[in-house]
Each structure stands twice: as C-alpha cells, then as structure tokens.
Design a binder for this molecule. Structure first.
Ligand code: HEC
Ligand code: HEC
Length: 283
C-alpha cells in the first residue's frame, strides 16, 4: 500500500501537464437562481503561473457537484441551521447573543467572508473569521472562545459564508497584510515531508491530473467551510491544510497557528475573483 502510494505520487509528478486543467465545463447555479463564478481570470499576482483560477467544484463528479446546487441536498446547510440557533442564543457573562448586536446575519454579515482573513487595526493582527467570532465571544459576550476548527466554530463560519455566496473573493494583500501574505506564499512553495512536495507541486503544477483516485484541483478555499462526504462533517480550511501536509508524511502546523493564518490569506488570495461558495460539498 505504502509502495503503491509512493509510485502514484512519482507517476503524478512525472506526468507532463499535458492538458490544461482537466476542469469540466459545467456551470454552478444554486437553488435555481444564484449563479456562481467558478472560473475567473487569475489575479495579477498569479499571472506568471496561472491564466485562470478554478473552483474545486469543477474537479468533482457530477453526483457530488449536484449536491451543491440545492440547499436541501447540501448537507453543509444542516450545520448552517445549527449555527442560526447558536446565533440567537445568549451566552456568557453579558447575557448576549450574536443577534443582539448583529441582528439578522442575512443583513449584517453580507460580504464579510469575501474580505477575510483581514487586518484588524485595533488589535494589530491578521484575523480569520473564526478569530473575529472568538473576539466577539470573549471580549463582548464574556463567553468562552471556541477551539479552532471545532464544530461550533466551523458551523458559524459556514453561516457567515453562506450569506456571501455568489460574491467574489476579494482579500487585501497589500499594506499591513503584505508580510502575512509573503509568509503564506513561502509556505505554499515549501516542499514538505518525506515526499518533498509543496502545495504548488500538487495544486499549481498538477491540477487536473489524478493522484491515486483523486482528481487534483487547484486547492482553492473559496468553497470553505466544506462539507466532505468522506467524513460527513464540515471542514475548516486549516484542517484541510493539515491533512494535505500530513499526506506528504510531514509534521504539520496546527489549526489556528500563525503559519496557517498566513497560508489561509495567501491561498484565499489565489481565488480572488471566484465566488464564495461556503458551505460547498466535496468528497
Ligand atoms: C455586544 C455586541 C456584540 C456581540 C454580542 C457580538 N458581536 Fe460581533 N461585533 C461586534 C462589534 C462592535 C464588531 C465590530 C468590531 C470591530 O470592527 O473590531 C463586531 C464584528 C463582528 C464580525 C466582523 C464583521 C466585519 O464586517 O468584519 C463578525 C464576523 C462578528 N462580529 C460575528 C459575531 C458572532 C458570530 C457573534 C456571536 C457568537 C458576535 N459577533 C457577537 C459586536 C458584537
Ligand atoms: C500530494 C499532493 C498534495 C499536496 C502536496 C497538497 N495537496 Fe491539497 N489536496 C490534494 C488532494 C488529492 C486533494 C483532494 C482533491 C482536490 O480537491 O484537489 C486536495 C485538496 C485540497 C483542498 C480542498 C479544495 C476544495 O475545493 O475543497 C485545499 C484547500 C488544499 N488541498 C490545499 C492545499 C495546501 C494549501 C497545500 C500545501 C500546504 C496542499 N493542499 C498540499 C493533494 C495535495
């Protein structure tokens, strides 16, 4: 098994990037009326390496793709419903709920996901959506922080993403974000583990090819959080990064680490122009 996996990776890396992309030509419309941009011109910072950025949706089977076209079939939406209950529940020493300050997420949270991770001037830090929610929980509600990528945290992140579906990802990479972006880019091109593979080796140079039974995508995160059929739960981007690094047989960073916050910013910026899809469905 180990041997087979290794030869598969070797074969993958020997395979010439013979055909561009291997992405299908399907189009994604949700609930019959929300058209998603799943292919877009690559942002300027990628112009040396890619012409087009492509959502991971294009690399999945028709059956998996179908699940994302209807909120009644998208099991990620079950977790969004749970987060709506959470949103309306008072917690912590202040006895407040998210709703007390932010009313309806369908009004107050529109567009938020398009710009995160985002520099927070007052705190002097790069903030992911989960960090921002924890800041509200601890500093404004007097409630406990959620563990990074824990169920409640990812479900809330999915609720917040869901009201931005169809809007283009547009994270800032200049100003105070620049140093985080550079750090994330370094990680993206670093070869990890016994297999000595970087994110780019798989997701930039070999998307469209198969690795074992998996059709490699560009590893975009416009669809996060993602409901995976494999583990039947919502998955945060950091957990996905962890899994990918572990597959190279390397030690990995933890969810919520500075490294993964920087990597999230960088990977998200590679999808600037694609629609927010969270919660998406993948295998
Ligand atoms: C006591 C009022 C209060 C409560 C309760 C509260 N927040 Fe906030 N929240 C704020 C304020 C004020 C800001 C703006 C803070 C800033 O810009 O630094 C904010 C900002 C945010 C943002 C960022 C919005 C943006 O445009 O960048 C998110 C996301 C958010 N809150 C989510 C939540 C969630 C989820 C909960 C419940 C778990 C919650 N908040 C509870 C007051 C609150
Ligand atoms: C050995 C090859 C390999 C390496 C190296 C690798 N990945 Fe992946 N990755 C995969 C495979 C296979 C999948 C599942 C199929 C797909 O969506 O590409 C995947 C999926 C993903 C997804 C989910 C995409 C979606 O649409 O849901 C993201 C995000 C991702 N990878 C990011 C990364 C990042 C960031 C790195 C570097 C830290 C990395 N990967 C390294 C093979 C790899």
């Amino acid at each position: 098994m180990k041997f087979r996996a290794l030869t598969a990776v070797a074969a993958l890396l020997l395979a010439p990037a013979a055909f561009a992309g291997g992405a299908d030509d399907d189009t994604l419309t949700i609930n019959g009326d929300l058209d998603m941009v799943t292919k877009a011109a690559a942002p300027d910072h990628l112009s040396d390496v890619l012409d087009e950025v492509i959502s991971g949706w294009h690399f999945r089977s028709d059956e998996t793709q179908q699940l994302q076209t209807d909120d009644f079939e998208n099991q990620g939406m079950i977790f969004v419903d749970q987060a709506i209950d959470q949103w309306n529940t008072a917690e912590g020493t202040e006895g407040k709920s998210c709703a007390d300050c932010h009313s309806d997420p369908a009004d107050s949270m529109v567009g938020v996901t398009t710009t995160y991770p985002k520099w927070n001037e007052d705190a002097g830090e790069m903030r992911t959506v989960q960090m921002q929610v924890n800041d509200c929980r601890t500093n404004r509600m007097g409630a406990e922080a959620w563990k990074y990528d824990a169920g409640a945290a990812v479900s809330m992140e999915a609720l917040i993403a869901s009201v931005s579906r169809g809007m283009p990802v547009d994270v800032a990479i200049d100003g105070p974000a620049a140093e985080y972006w550079e750090a994330g880019k370094d990680i993206y091109y670093t070869r990890y583990g016994q297999l000595e593979l970087s994110c780019a080796n798989c997701h930039e140079q070999n998307y469209g090819n198969y690795i074992r039974a998996d059709h490699l995508s560009q590893g975009q995160i416009n669809g996060f959080p993602t409901y995976r059929l494999k583990n039947a739960q919502l998955n945060g981007a950091h957990s996905r990064f962890k899994g990918c690094i572990r597959d190279t047989r390397a030690e990995t960073f933890s969810a919520g680490s500075d490294e993964f916050i920087a990597l999230e910013l960088y990977v998200k910026s590679r999808g600037n122009g694609l629609s927010v899809e969270g919660p998406s469905v993948r295998n």
